[in-house]
Design a protein around this ligand. Structure first.
Ligand code: MG
Length: 483
């Protein structure tokens, strides 16, 4: 019987601070990094998983990944490779009382658990010769429930309720899949408006994004009201100009509903990455009303459930739209990329604190916990637009949104999935977009969770002894940080 007999952990860091790709008001000089886990069986099977950080501390996460991964050694593929087996694995990994003490279910130990859980799911999907989304979408509702963790959330959704919801969504699944393959999954771009980019660069990238088919754009804010207003006006001046958007595919009216779209069908979102206090967020965002943002993302501390509810309440009736009358004209609240477990999402949803639920594929501890959040969001009717700003996250999230569309929410009409364009070259199966700016469906039966990385990339960027870091890289990044 094949079993997991070994694993490798690699500390991979990419020098994104050099060109400020990924920069925002809180995180100005991140070096996108991955604690990368490879699980191996004695008959040659592999599973790849990563968790995302932005540089220093990635070694601490790697050390925690090692602790968690060692608990899977000895598990046979027979024990693992079923929906119920994956459910049992998740319970087991989370049940180490000594490791639990340094969470529980949050922080370093939880994101480290995500790397291992993601790797196990990747191995299972590769074994079944299906991309991960298909592995899960082919589950019966009963299997889906068996793979989902319900611990601590049965006051929000019970396994029986989830089963009923999933059974209802079985109807039409085949049609949805055909539609998905034909159209792709809607996406928005964050790559036009990173915090550190010059106006010239923002304008150039916005035009490029239009030519790629995008009609949803996100800009980083929090750098001063006047500065933000200028940058937002710059983007609006391009995306609202019919001449600039000539030839771009027409968005469906339903996909724009309530999003303060401009005359060409372009939507703009803003993200402050946690820099404000609660009232400060409200007062600040009101001053950006002219740019008609669809949502403000991470306006304050990610754990502040009641703070988000207050921000949402104060912004909701505030008629910032210029063309659209209430009640559709208001700024939505979005958060979740630092939502550290399903209990936090349970509370955000119960407190009506968010309009858009932004799960993260590595902040939550892998597929089992993500399925739980998808189910809770669907029950509340809140759209899920996963976070993808990080190395490898774009690879992951397309699987999650497809699972949501096919099995859980049954809709992608108002959803948009984040897309960032950098670091794709390091992956064996990078995400791709079509002419509408929509994600293509991953179809290679051997790509698993799409996170396999080129050996050359790993050898170059493994820290601190890889080719990049052991030569000029260290000095360059240090010099840049002190300049
Ligand atoms: Mg964000």
């Amino acid at each position: 019987m094949p079993a997991i007999t070994s694993f490798d952990i690699e500390d991979l860091r990419f020098p994104t601070s050099l060109d400020e790709a990924g920069s925002d008001a809180m995180n100005k000089d991140g070096d996108y990094s991955a604690a990368y886990c490879t699980l191996r069986t004695d008959d040659g099977q592999v599973g790849y998983g990563l968790t995302f950080t932005i540089g220093r501390g990635n070694d601490i996460v790697c050390s925690a990944v090692e602790q968690v991964a060692s608990r899977l050694v000895g598990w046979t593929t027979d024990e693992l490779f079923s929906a119920a087996g994956m459910g049992r694995m998740w319970d087991y990994l989370l049940a180490d009382s000594q490791l639990r003490w340094i969470g529980p279910e949050k922080g370093v130990i939880h994101i480290a658990t995500a790397a291992v859980v993601n790797a196990a799911w990747d191995m299972y999907a590769r074994h079944e010769k299906k991309p991960l989304w298909q592995l899960v979408a082919d589950f019966t509702p009963e299997e889906f429930v068996a793979a989902t963790t319900f611990r601590y959330i049965t006051d929000a959704i019970t396994p029986d309720e989830a089963l009923a919801l999933l059974k209802e969504k079985e109807a039409g699944k085949k049609e949805r899949l055909a539609k998905l393959k034909a159209e792709g999954y809607p996406a928005y771009t964050t790559s036009v408006g990173w915090f550190g980019y010059s106006d010239e660069k923002v304008a150039k990238l916005t035009r490029e994004a239009i030519s790629q088919g995008f009609n949803h754009f996100k800009m980083k804010v929090g750098g001063g009201v006047e500065n933000d207003k200028r940058r937002l006006a710059l983007i609006r001046s391009i995306i609202d100009d019919p001449k600039e958007c000539a030839g771009r595919p027409e968005p469906s009216p339903g996909s724009l509903e309530g999003k303060q779209a401009g005359p060409t069908g372009s939507c703009l979102m803003i993200d402050s990455n946690q820099v404000w206090d609660v009232q400060e967020a409200v007062d600040y965002v009101k001053q950006l009303a002219e740019a008609r943002p669809w949502f403000i993302e991470e306006p304050t501390a990610p754990d502040d459930i009641l703070g988000h509810a207050e921000i949402r309440k104060q912004l909701k009736p505030y008629n910032i739209g210029v063309d659209v009358p209430p009640p559709t004209s208001f700024t939505f609240a979005a958060t979740g990329e630092h939502g550290h477990n399903r209990m936090l999402f349970k509370q955000l949803l119960a407190a009506e604190a968010i309009d858009v639920c932004q799960i993260d594929s590595c902040r939550l501890a892998g597929i089992n916990e993500i399925l739980a959040v998808l189910l809770m969001a669907a029950k509340k009717g809140v759209p899920v637009c996963p976070h993808a700003g990080g190395v490898g996250l774009t690879n992951y999230v397309v699987h999650l949104s497809i699972i949501d569309y096919l099995c859980v929410s049954g809709t992608k009409e108002r959803n948009v999935l984040e897309y960032v364009s950098h670091l794709h070259e390091h992956f064996e199966h990078p995400p791709t977009i079509n002419a509408r700016g929509f994600y293509n469906v991953p179809l290679d039966p051997n790509e698993g969770y799409s996170i396999g990385m080129h050996d050359e990339s790993k050898a170059t960027y493994v820290y601190p002894h890889g080719k990049y870091w052991s030569t000029a890289g260290q000095a360059k990044v240090r010099a840049n940080a002190t300049s």
